[in-house]
Design a protein around this ligand. Structure first.
Ligand code: GTQ
Length: 347
């Protein structure tokens, strides 16, 4: 490969003439834009310990009333990407959100898509387009692009969940905005995970026509996902990843267009080394404890801790218990990369 010319090698008046026309030469930047072999990455493997963040989140509950916050969130920011940029990875925004008894996080909708993964507390709910979704520990709740959503809490004690949004991309496309609305009137019926999509392989008959809704299922109860992981583990051998994807039950596609969601189980004492992939990801511990190694950095995690995995990183996950299984929730940007045609796995 040959050395490419630099800006300094060009006559100053030539560079000025280009600059005056809002034009630039490619060759001095070509290798930066298209490095050989592997992208340059600024994202660093990062670890957020829930027990460190939790007291500060509860303190935010005392410092800032919900009316002054709308959403009371502490964002998980990757230091390699700049703490002000709200990026856990280049495409994934993450935050721990706190809602206190009786509070309402008012109704709005926005262009980015979001999910909530429930960390602790009972009595929280999210209403999406009139569908009231209970938020039990470990539940995955979708609030896709453009859908009205508001959060509330009718129980006692704090309710905390992890937010993940595709905000970094939508924001950088200069396409991120929100609209406020009046409180929703919830329909007085159970959410569709309890009614329309009771099990895989069955959908309401009318879903066979072409007018499928884009987001038929908005709540994935952890109780069912956990049981499914245990069933999957009992039918496969050690070393075979126990890994379930959350999907749209009508189409079989990923449930949101940009970010993907999955749940992993590690058998007691098990270590898995997933294939290196082109997407970035975050791993959030649902239950158990263990270690995650990302490009040589090792993090000791416990329940509700979160790790950022850069694109193309090597990573390994170990269950720290020889007696109990461990469960992890994963968010990645593989759905977007698959659609764009450059998703890769390396074995
Ligand atoms: O709960 O709707 O963490 O709009 C960031 C933006 C949560 C939300 C966030 C949001 C929300």
């Amino acid at each position: 490969m040959s050395e490419l010319g630099t800006i300094e090698e060009l006559p100053k008046d030539y560079v000025t003439a280009l600059t005056d026309l809002n034009v630039g030469p490619l060759w001095p930047s070509l290798r930066a834009f298209l490095p050989f072999g592997q992208p340059d990455r600024e994202t660093v493997p990062t670890f957020w310990r829930y027990q460190d963040i939790r007291p500060l989140l509860l303190q935010a509950g005392e410092l800032t009333p919900i009316e002054k916050a709308e959403r009371r969130v502490l964002m998980l920011c990757n230091p390699g990407l700049g703490l002000e940029n709200a990026q856990a990875t280049p495409s994934i925004y993450l935050g721990y959100q706190l809602i206190l008894p009786g509070e309402v996080a008012p109704n709005h909708r926005h262009t980015p898509s979001a999910i909530r993964f429930v960390v602790e507390g009972e009595g929280g709910y999210t209403t999406v387009e009139g569908e009231k979704l209970p938020m039990e520990r470990g539940d995955l709740i979708l609030t896709p692009s453009g859908l009205w959503h508001e959060h509330g809490h009718t129980g006692s004690g704090p309710v905390i969940w992890l937010d993940a949004l595709d905000l970094p991309l939508v924001y950088r496309m200069e396409a991120s905005y929100a609209v406020e609305g009046p409180p929703q009137s919830p329909k007085n019926i159970p959410d569709s995970s309890q009614r329309l999509y009771r099990r895989a392989g069955l959908t309401p008959y009318k879903a066979l026509d072409r007018n499928r809704s884009k987001y038929p299922l908005l709540r994935y109860p952890w109780k069912e996902v956990r049981q499914n992981l245990l069933d999957l583990a009992s039918g496969s051998g050690p070393g075979e990843a126990v890994h379930l994807a959350y999907i749209n039950p009508e189409t079989g596609d990923e449930c949101l267009p940009i970010l993907g969601f999955s749940a992993l189980m590690l058998r007691p004492g098990e270590e898995v080394a997933p294939a290196r992939r082109s997407c970035s990801a975050v791993l959030h511990a649902i239950e158990g404890r263990g270690q995650t190694e990302v490009d040589g950095a090792t993090f000791d995690w416990a329940e509700h801790d979160t790790v950022a995995v850069p694109t193309y990183a090597n990573f390994k996950i170990r269950n720290g218990s020889s007696k109990e299984p461990a469960f992890l929730f994963m968010v990645d940007d593989a759905p977007m990369q698959r659609k764009l045609g450059f998703y890769e796995e390396f074995s």
